[in-house]
Design a binder for this molecule. Structure first.
Ligand SMILES: Nc1ncnc2c1ncn2[C@@H]1O[C@H](COP(=O)(O)OP(=O)(O)OP(=O)(O)O)[C@@H](O)[C@H]1O
Ligand SMILES: [Mg+2]
Length: 426
């Protein structure tokens, strides 16, 4: 056990902080444990209260440590929020008719990355999509091919500096070192997508409490990434206002009896509610769906506009995978299929076996994908063998596929002293 590589994913969301701990075992990975804590220090994916966020990270990390039996030192942390931007870029180099080497590929990517980035933004990822060698497009790996001009086409993801630094500050204050910062829906996509789906074309929509994150893959590559500042908290708020109940009660009603559209709920179904003043009432469940349906449709309309903008309809994607907590709202997948005009399935980190809570919960998708993102980090800790024996669950296979793709990501790293720098994985 000693010296094995431990990978930790930290997903600091608007409603919950989730920590997933995994260990690399041979060609696969094994889930060791996880921690979950409510989060109240973020709004729309961005930190608005440092102390509350630190507190939430602390709780989730401590829970994950005792569940996994390891001391967590460093993590891959997810970031989201409407400040995230993605755009295509390309760069070319001359290779004088000889064979392309790894270092040529790196130089071409570096050249594609040489774009103007405003001072208030930071480069998060440079994801290579394809290479063009002497005009021949669609090359996935040009190494050992001969040519004169090598072009790299990449997708660049940037984040605003302040939300990024606030998140790093919270991690630092909670005593965890940040090895990597990953755009959260990329991590979710790793955990819920198959290689075939990425190849055929697929859109992952992670609907959380404060944000809806969208990533589009086609031909195995990332083509688009964006964030809409709408999430489950808006749904809860609508119920609280509509039924004059507290946010806590509205949250309970949404999860227990909410539905995305009215037709799905039988007229006879009833639910007990407690109003803000303490009075109990019995209401038809249809009332809840009547409140939620317009908000769901509004969110799906925004999503359809976003899919149109990024060419999702034109590029013939095979469907949409919904993840994040809101994906569990009854009937949302059916409504999404009707509004978006594409097949929709629910995505949970299904490749993880054994750890029931995770296998079944789409809200763990980002955390699981982030743990996998740490696969190339330095070994961090030594799990306590006694704790691992009984409680550990196997997830061999999850990371096998993920690590192949992880090579393509160029993660941002944090140096000692809080200075941000880029770390190339090639
Ligand atoms: N069964 C359910 N039905 C409806 N909504 C649900 C259900 N379960 C969870 N949710 C909602 O999902 C949201 C939380 O999802 P998630 O944990 O993915 O968000 P987050 O990661 O904390 O936030 P974000 O990613 O936006 O920063 C909450 O609004 C919660 O009410
Ligand atoms: Mg989230």
């Amino acid at each position: 056990m000693t010296g094995q590589q431990i990978m930790v994913g930290l997903d600091v969301g608007t409603t919950k902080t989730c920590v997933v701990v995994a260990a690399l075992r041979g060609s696969g990975a094994e889930m060791l444990g996880c921690g979950l804590a409510p989060s109240a220090g973020l709004r729309k994916g961005m930190v608005i209260n440092i102390d509350e966020t630190v507190d939430s990270i602390n709780k989730a990390v401590r829970e994950a440590e005792s569940s996994a039996g390891v001391k967590i030192k460093s993590v891959s942390v997810g970031i989201s929020g409407s400040h995230i931007r993605g755009f295509d870029s390309s760069g070319a180099i001359g290779i004088r008719g000889r064979e392309v080497t790894d270092s040529d590929v790196k130089r071409a990517i570096d050249s594609a990355r040489t774009v103007y980035i405003p001072l208030d933004r930071e480069l998060l990822h440079t994801v290579p999509n394809e290479y063009v060698l002497d005009g021949q497009e669609g090359i996935t790996d040009p190494v050992a091919m001969s040519g004169v001009r090598l072009e790299a086409r990449v997708h660049i993801i940037t984040a605003a500096v302040s939300p990024l630094q606030n998140l790093l500050k919270c991690c630092g204050r909670a005593g965890v070192e940040v090895a990597e910062v990953v755009f959260a829906p990329l991590a979710s996509a790793r955990a819920v997508l198959s290689k075939e789906e990425k190849e055929a074309g697929v859109i992952v929509v992670d609907i959380g409490g404060g944000t809806t994150d969208i990533v589009l893959f086609k031909g195995g590559n990332l083509r688009h990434a964006s964030v809409i500042a709408v999430g489950g908290n808006h749904f809860t708020n609508d119920i609280a206002v509509g039924l004059r109940v507290t946010m806590k009660e509205a949250e309970r009603l949404k999860k227990e009896a909410g539905a995305a559209y009215e037709l799905i709920v039988a007229s006879a179904e009833k639910i007990e509610i407690t109003q803000a003043g303490g009075q109990q009432r019995t209401l038809p469940k249809k009332y809840l769906a009547e409140i939620l349906q317009p908000r769901c449709e509004e969110m799906l309309d925004l999503l359809r506009d976003e899919i149109k903008k990024c060419g999702g309809y034109g590029s013939a994607v095979c469907g949409i995978v919904l993840t994040g907590g809101v994906s569990r709202l009854t009937g949302l997948d059916q409504l999404a299929e009707a509004v978006l005009g594409l097949p929709v399935r629910l995505g949970s980190p299904g490749a993880i076996r054994g750890l029931r809570a995770i296998a079944e919960a789409p809200l763990y998708a980002a955390g699981a994908g982030l743990a996998a993102a740490g696969g190339e980090s330095e070994p961090q800790g030594t799990p306590r063998p006694d704790v691992m024996q009984g409680a550990l669950s196997r997830m061999t296979g999850l990371v096998k596929d993920i690590f192949k793709n992880a090579d393509h990501f160029h993660f941002m790293n944090r140096k000692e002293g809080g200075i941000l720098c880029l770390k190339s994985r090639k």
